[in-house]
Design a protein around this ligand. Structure first.
Ligand code: NAI
Length: 336
């Protein structure tokens, strides 16, 4: 079986890191055929928007995508490419596994958390208006439908992956309607999964407890804004955005992406670390059930990190993108 996957190379370091990942996947025998599609700066020049319809159609057709980082032009009057992608393809699950990898500077040992962020509602609906001069209203949307579907996705993921405990994090004390609806949806769906331990807590309390006792948490479920903030906080526990993968998943398509940006300061210099995009591509392989190739890559990455000989500068080493990539490829051998 060969999978056709839409490849968005991205801006800045995007082409370097996605190029490295394609090389590693090929060497690992991952049965993937890439189909390139434009987005970001390239698409702006050609189509006048950062996420053109031709690219959305390509992902709709293939149902799978791997995306490099895209620059967000500020104040240009249109949605960011990332927001457009999530909204247009209804990628309602923001999935961010965060765990401590070997020898990552600044990482707290023993972090192993999966964070689910509801991607489509909340303040990100972008419904704002000025009621009178100096008074602005920004609407937080929350539907039972969205709360139930992300909850079900999280519970199903846990069942499949053998995860034990889920915390739904909210601020229902001050937002009893919007956050209360999300919490009720979580509890309602949770009744179908009595074999999974379930709890809820304030998002403020979570922000305190998570850095102090990350080992107490397994799976977190949050609305869009809290999820956005807490997923970056969680990434910080594992050493930062450069080592954390991510995915945005919907009923009809799934797009896997690193969560770091385009790193304009090192773009084109051969210094970028492809690890986060590589781990995102590995999530894609697991998503389609290509466990063998995913396992080979995972083991190779751990060996390279443990050896500490070919680490990129952000990980405290001296290697460039090419050296790190080659080291991963060299470590694929013999682990099949
Ligand atoms: P950034 O993540 O691009 O850079 C922050 C720092 O991390 C820089 O020092 C950079 O060199 C370093 N860094 C990031 N990724 C790295 C990698 N793979 N290897 C080695 N070092 C790495 O964040 P910044 O500077 O805030 O944003 C730059 C641009 O990226 C902006 O246009 C922003 O809108 C966009 N961006 C795009 C995202 C996406 O497409 N998912 C996410 C975040 C930002």
């Amino acid at each position: 079986m060969q999978y056709r996957v839409t490849l968005i190379k991205g801006d800045g370091i995007g082409p370097e890191v996605t190029g490295a990942v394609c090389e590693i996947l090929r060497a690992a025998g991952a049965p993937i055929e890439w189909e390139e599609a434009p987005a970001g700066g390239e698409a702006m020049e050609k189509y006048g928007v950062p996420m053109p319809e031709v690219t959305l159609q390509n992902i709709r057709k293939n149902r799978l995508g791997l995306k490099g980082p895209l620059m967000t032009p500020k104040g240009a009057g249109f949605r960011s490419a990332n927001v457009a992608l999530r909204q247009e393809l209804d990628l309602f699950v923001g999935l961010r596994p965060v765990r401590t990898l070997p020898n990552v500077p600044g990482a707290i040992p023993g972090v192993d958390i999966v964070l689910f962020r509801e991607n489509t509602e909340d303040l990100y609906a972008g419904i704002e208006h000025e009621v009178t001069p100096g008074t602005v209203v920004s609407l937080k949307t929350s539907t039972t439908f969205a709360g139930e579907r992300i909850s079900r996705w999280a519970f199903e993921y846990m069942r499949y992956r053998g995860r034990r405990k889920i915390h739904c994090c909210h601020k229902a004390g001050v937002n009893p309607m919007a956050d209360g609806a999300f919490l009720r949806a979580f509890r309602q769906v949770g009744e179908e999964y009595p074999f999974i331990e379930q709890a809820d807590m304030g998002v403020d309390s979570l922000s305190l407890q998570l850095p102090m006792h990350p080992e107490h948490f397994d799976v977190l479920l949050l609305q869009n804004l809290y999820g956005d903030i807490l997923s970056d906080l969680s990434a910080g526990l594992a050493g930062g955005l450069g080592v954390v993968p991510g995915a945005n998943i919907g009923t009809h398509a799934a797009v896997f992406e690193a969560v770091h940006g385009t790193a304009p300061d090192i773009a084109g210099k051969g210094l970028a670390n492809p690890l986060a995009v590589l781990l995102s591509a590995n999530m894609l392989l697991e998503y389609v059930g290509e466990w063998k190739a995913a396992g080979r890559i995972e083991k190779a990455v751990w060996r390279v990190l443990e050896e500490q000989k070919h680490l990129t500068r952000d990980l405290g080493g001296k290697a460039g993108t090419a050296e790190f990539t080659q080291a991963v490829i060299d470590n694929l051998g013999g682990v099949a």
